[in-house]
Design a protein around this ligand. Structure first.
Ligand code: NAP
Length: 456
């Protein structure tokens, strides 16, 4: 895959980048390793200061950075600005809280003293996807730089300008060379880098295939890894839910980022007595939206991230319909230039169909009608994925009871799955392992070192 900016609004190539040679990669890893040996001994306040500066620069450059996101992966411009806001908030969050999170943790002992100190482990390699090009990087970079690790990022090949902009911001914020490094390398060349013994931890956000390949390298080389993979989140609507709110949230949960979020509300699972009304209202909301250039603020439907992504999604939908499902609206590519797909709602989906078992990464809602909440839970859990989920009900105790039976890493009540700096984010099953964000996110790539002082 070439490393290039290709505007998905018209599929035109804007800029191409050379991949790094093996010797340049080697030099960059050495320089990161060297930087680590200094950075790890800096006081946490100094590391926090760097993160605060990065947060500030992101805010100052919000408009220009948002334009880059929109150009490279087609996000609606308003949402691109929101992405810069949350990315900046993540850097600020770890800047404000790292000292507290990294305090020694005492353990009760009969005599003497024992505590755990959170120590950094070295160079961490993050492999990141294009769907939130700044936010995904913030999730791995902020906590690790706060703890004293240094970061190398291999970003998705279709967002090179975003990737470069993040490294530039670190430089402008005063980071010494090697603290944050952008690597222009292709995904299939990551194996060798992952095996390099100067790299101590591996993290990947992306597909199951890429995750498995990185996990294999981690296993072979006995390295810690964190994987944030795909999802097919259930969005359960119980019969006592505030239906208008549920529909509004289902729309947001499914359509945000043109449906290309790992935690998008991909499977609408609705109790029978409210199913018709829900479907009718959601159909209305997803119809007649304004299609156009994502850089234009009035656009409601922009392109997907790439021509390949649109092709793949259309194929999954067409195969599902061919197998007997119905497209209540949409179902096809939009007949125009660019990586566009019609907003689509699929019903009558049966086990074995592609939409039942695969992740649909775009504006396609899968609608399921179930007779009661037990059936809703069973269907929700009949998935190889286990990332997020949502339950809607006016009876919070009832919703919690359902939420506790959903086999995912996160369940939200009366709102779609979402993310904020102070909440742990991550999945179970084939959605990966480990957590990012919150106090848990800073504990993934550390040595929890026990110091025991004898009382004898
Ligand atoms: P992808 O193809 O796996 O790409 C993600 C990253 O992995 C890119 O940097 C890619 O590089 C790299 N890569 C590809 N093949 C690789 C390999 N064999 N070894 C190591 N790295 C490799 O993912 P995608 O399909 O573009 O992204 C969407 C997926 O990410 C969806 O499944 C989505 O649900 C998931 N996702 C999960 C989360 C979460 O937090 N759980 C968040 C966002 C997205 P190239 O671009 O150079 O191929």
């Amino acid at each position: 895959m070439a490393i290039a900016t290709i505007n998905p609004f018209n599929n035109k190539e804007v800029k191409k980048f050379d991949v790094l040679s093996e010797s340049t990669i080697d030099e960059k890893v050495s320089s990161a390793d060297k930087a680590y040996n200094v950075w790890r001994d800096k006081p946490v306040e100094e590391r926090a200061k760097l993160l605060a500066k990065v947060a500030q620069l992101l805010q100052e450059k919000k408009k220009e950075l948002a334009k880059l996101i929109t150009l490279e992966m087609g996000k609606l411009i308003g949402e691109s600005e929101d992405e810069i806001d949350i990315s900046s908030a993540i850097f600020k969050y770890y800047s404000d809280n790292a000292e507290k999170f990294l305090e020694d943790k005492p353990f009760e002992v009969k005599e003497g003293k024992a505590y755990v100190r959170y120590s950094p482990i070295g160079v961490i390699l993050g492999v990141e996807p294009w769907n939130y090009p700044f936010y995904q990087v913030a999730r791995i970079a902020a906590p690790n730089i706060a703890v004293g690790n240094v970061i190398m990022i291999k970003h998705a090949s279709n967002v090179p300008q975003c990737a470069q902009a993040i490294e530039d911001i670190f430089k402008e914020a005063g980071a010494e060379e090697g603290i944050y490094t952008n690597l222009f390398v292709a995904g299939d060349k990551i194996g060798k880098l992952a095996e390099d013994e100067r790299i101590k931890g591996l993290s990947l956000t992306g597909s199951e295939k890429a995750g498995a390949s990185l996990a294999e390298a981690a296993g072979k080389n006995l390295k810690k890894s964190v994987l944030e993979l795909g999802g097919s989140d259930p969005f359960i609507v119980l019969d006592d839910a505030d239906l208008d709110n549920a529909v509004a949230q289902a729309f947001d949960g499914r359509m945000k980022n043109m449906g290309q979020s790992c935690t998008a509300a991909k499977r609408m699972i609705v109790l029978e007595s409210v199913a018709d009304e829900f479907l009718e209202k959601l159909t209305k909301k997803m119809s007649g939206l304004k299609v156009g250039n994502p850089a234009d603020e009035s656009t409601e439907i922009g392109p997907l991230s790439s021509e390949d992504a649109a092709k793949q999604l259309a194929e999954q939908v067409e195969d599902t319909v061919r197998a007997g499902a119905k497209a209540v609206i949409g179902g096809k590519r939009l007949d125009r230039e660019g990586a566009f797909m019609e907003p689509t709602i699929l019903t009558d989906i049966k086990p074995g169909m592609r939409a039942y078992r695969e992740e649909l990464f775009g504006p396609v809602a899968s609608f399921y009608r179930v007779k009661d909440e037990n059936e809703a839970i069973k269907l929700a859990n009949d998935s190889t994925f286990g990332l997020g989920g949502a339950v809607f009900s006016k009876d919070i105790a009832r919703a919690e009871k359902v939420a506790l039976q959903i086999e995912t890493g996160m369940v939200f009540i009366n709102e779609p799955t979402n993310s904020s700096p102070e909440l742990p984010f991550g999945g179970t099953k084939r959605s990966g392992y480990g957590r990012e964000l919150s106090s848990l996110g800073i504990e993934e790539f550390v040595n929890k070192k026990l110091i025991r002082i004898s009382g004898k």
